[in-house]
Ligand binder design. Sequence first.
Ligand SMILES: [Zn+2]
Length: 51
Amino acid sequence: MKKIIKCKNCGVIIESKYTYDYVTCKCGRCSVDGGHSYLRRSFNNSTDDYE
Ligand SMILES: [Zn+2]
């Protein structure tokens, strides 16, 4: 299962392709980690930062 999000702040699409593939977008607001069965999304300010 691919995990992909798009950061609304910098517009970069980041994708975690495999387990423990931790990817952060260009501005650093959003990140995705493929090491879990769920999609973990990190953000600094609000949920509006990603989609
Ligand atoms: Zn970003």
